[in-house]
Design a protein around this ligand. Sequence first.
Ligand SMILES: CC(C)(COP(=O)(O)OP(=O)(O)OC[C@H]1O[C@@H](n2cnc3c(N)ncnc32)[C@H](O)[C@@H]1OP(=O)(O)O)[C@@H](O)C(=O)NCCC(=O)NCCS
Length: 285
Amino acid sequence: MTLADVPEAERISDEGFFELDSRTRRLDGPEPQRRSDPHREVWMRRTRHFVETDPGGCWVAEDETGLVGMATSYRRETLWCLATYAVLPGRQGQGIGKPLMAAAMSHGRGCTRAMLSASSDTRAVRVYHQAGFQLHPQMYLTGTLDRSAIPTVDKVREGTASDFELMDSLDRAARGAGHGPDHELMLSTWRLLVSDTSTGSGYAYLNERGSLALLAASNRRTATRLLWAALADGPDEATISHVTGANQWVLDVGFAARLALHQEGYLALRGMKPPSPYVHNGALL
Ligand SMILES: CC(C)(COP(=O)(O)OP(=O)(O)OC[C@H]1O[C@@H](n2cnc3c(N)ncnc32)[C@H](O)[C@@H]1OP(=O)(O)O)[C@@H](O)C(=O)NCCC(=O)NCCS
């Protein structure tokens, strides 16, 4: 993939995920939606970042009609992550996706750990299992936030780039590798909250919709404090995404806030256990 391919790759991923959402929609779930213009911008910015930091990890498949598939992946220290992976609807199940995944994975040779957030797509999970990934179900908490349940939150402040060293240390403890250059991208797009006390430290990013995008902490107490702070400042219609079974503390908070629980997709891991206390991001893991 080159920088010039990014807008076309965005279209493929939008079509791929819209079709997937329409095909796998829960009866009580929200109506599937195309990516909004602001979200499209965030997606393209992030993908350009991966092409720049990891040109060898980003691939497209093309034929005479143009691009038909894409995969973006990156290495951070000894960890390889798959950010996005999609084949155009109508062209899926024809052997395009597997070689794309193989090309992206060749970029991760020499990494001892690997991580990706998988959809529930039957082909995707088959490919990941065959590639040696263990699949850990992901939970989601959604609903109207009960603001009367929010406790008084202190010892949380706005974060800055001077916190990156601490944050990379927390990342290393949780997932074996710092986010490195991804912190610059996230801080330029999202809001950063930090808690750093004598008993524990942690951080949380809130995405462009005000929802939790990523959280890491040295203990559950600090993680819980950050999650409440994120919910307090977030929208009334709250979403906490990508919760693994190793992070039951998130359910304590989510149920106290009267959110509803459901399940979607998997955290796929190789060479590591589900990070905790940690809430991963879908693409920046
Ligand atoms: C996941 C995806 C990228 C795979 O690409 P693809 O071109 O469809 O995959 P391939 O044709 O290479 O097939 C992959 C495997 O799935 C199998 N497969 C094909 N159709 C299938 C079906 N309907 N059900 C189950 N398995 C199927 C293939 O046989 C192959 O396995 P095998 O090599 O053991 O035979 C693509 O299906 C997609 O874009 N899905 C929607 C978006 C998505 O979920 N992306 C992943 C996000 S984490």
